[in-house]
Design a protein around this ligand. Structure first.
Ligand SMILES: Nc1ncnc2c1ncn2[C@@H]1O[C@H](COP(=O)(O)OP(=O)(O)OP(=O)(O)O)[C@@H](O)[C@H]1O
Length: 358
């Protein structure tokens, strides 16, 4: 069932077109991230869903209910912000009680729900503390508890981990995802951190300049990016320019490139002669000294020489200049003794490369 439908919303400030025909269907219990660089419209989209902004056109539905014109308090949402936004003069319990009192929940029910939600965020016994007596991570867990205690149908989170240090951020990613799955609440999460979106989400909406570049699972977005800009934004990638020589199947092609003919997968329907780029992730390339180590399962072999090597602990990252002049980044085992200047063969399977049509 679709819990939330964003249907072709547009938003302009003066003559700035900030959101352009944004449509996102979100299923019950799904965790969806809005991902993109600063200024691409993530927060504006979230604020339209929350009701703090009204789109110029288009519709927002919670289930079958059209809430496009409803006030925030009529929408049944819980929100978590980057800045925690806890009431500083209230204890944890009072912060949590506030939304319940507004909703006229009885005292015994309030007490039960506050105890339940504090257990959920692993802050039992912290009810009498003030926000200033808590660490950043604990404050953010209170903010999460405050959003959840009102039992909303949708949870909206705007960069909630941005103020935390790297270790705590890692921990909180798993904490929030685990909690969201236990509660089963439909959630929308704004972030500009691709690693965060990858590990937390069922689906990712990649946004750029107010429009959706791609909507799909983390695997879709990583392995089958819709464009060069998505491929470049998510993870590391290599690209080689070429022209479609022939379609080998519904989603496989032979592409002519300055490095020779390359077999690859790609989106259906690309015409012969179309100018494209082939994307290959560094970890999918098997790099050996030339003339050694035939692996059999690789459809493509490119020749080049090592021009740089960076030790990264678990792996070495090499830069390789192909005979065509293209520069490729590849990962090799940290103990692999490939030196700068060595002639190497780069092998990869057609299924591990993907055509970017734009
Ligand atoms: N009230 C406003 N008036 C005019 N322009 C605005 C207003 N609010 C946002 N904008 C502009 O809309 C664009 C999108 O802003 P938004 O906050 O949605 O981006 P974002 O993707 O969330 O960025 P960030 O990651 O930096 O928060 C920006 O160019 C911003 O300057």
């Amino acid at each position: 069932m679709t819990a939330l439908t964003i249907d072709r919303i547009n938003k302009r400030y003066g003559n700035l077109h900030i959101l352009k025909d944004i449509s996102i269907p979100i299923a019950q219990g799904e965790f969806v991230s809005l991902l993109g660089p600063s200024g691409c419209g993530k927060t504006t989209t979230l604020r339209c869903i929350a009701g703090f902004e009204r789109p110029d056109d288009g519709r927002i539905l919670f289930g079958n209910r059209d809430v496009t014109r409803a006030l925030p308090e009529q929408r049944d949402i819980g929100m978590v912000f980057q800045s925690y936004a806890l009431f500083p003069h209230m204890t944890v319990a009072e912060n949590l009680s506030f939304g319940l009192e507004v909703r006229k929940v009885s005292l015994p029910d309030r007490q039960r729900r506050i105890a339940d939600v504090l257990a959920m965020v692993r802050l039992e016994g912290y009810d009498k503390r003030y926000p200033r007596e808590l660490s950043g991570g604990q404050q953010q867990r209170v903010a999460l508890a405050r959003a959840l205690v009102i039992e909303p149908s949708v949870l909206l989170l705007d960069e909630p981990l941005a103020n935390l240090d790297a270790t705590l951020r890692d921990e909180m990613r798993f904490f929030i995802r685990d909690l969201q799955q236990r509660v089963g609440i439909t959630s929308i999460y704004v972030t500009h951190d691709q690693a965060e979106a990858m590990v937390m989400s069922d689906k990712i909406v990649v946004m750029s300049a107010g429009a959706i570049s791609q909507f799909g699972s983390p695997r879709d977005i990583y392995e089958r990016p819709a464009s060069q800009s998505v491929a470049g934004f998510i993870g590391r990638s290599n690209t080689i320019a070429g022209k479609i020589a022939e379609a080998l199947g519904p989603d496989s092609y032979k592409v002519d490139t300055p490095c020779g003919s390359i077999g690859t997968t790609g989106p259906a329907g690309l015409a012969k002669g179309a100018e494209v780029k082939i994307m290959i992730r560094p970890e999918n390339i098997d790099t050996r000294r030339q003339g050694t180590g035939e692996t059999g399962d690789n459809d493509n072999v490119l020749a080049g020489s090592v021009i740089n090597s960076v030790y990264q602990g678990s792996a070495n990252q090499l830069a390789v200049r192909l005979t065509s002049g293209d520069r490729m980044i590849v990962d090799v085992n940290g103990r692999n003794p490939l030196d700068i200047g060595e002639q190497v063969a780069l092998r990869f399977a057609a299924r591990d490369s993907w055509v970017l049509a734009s």
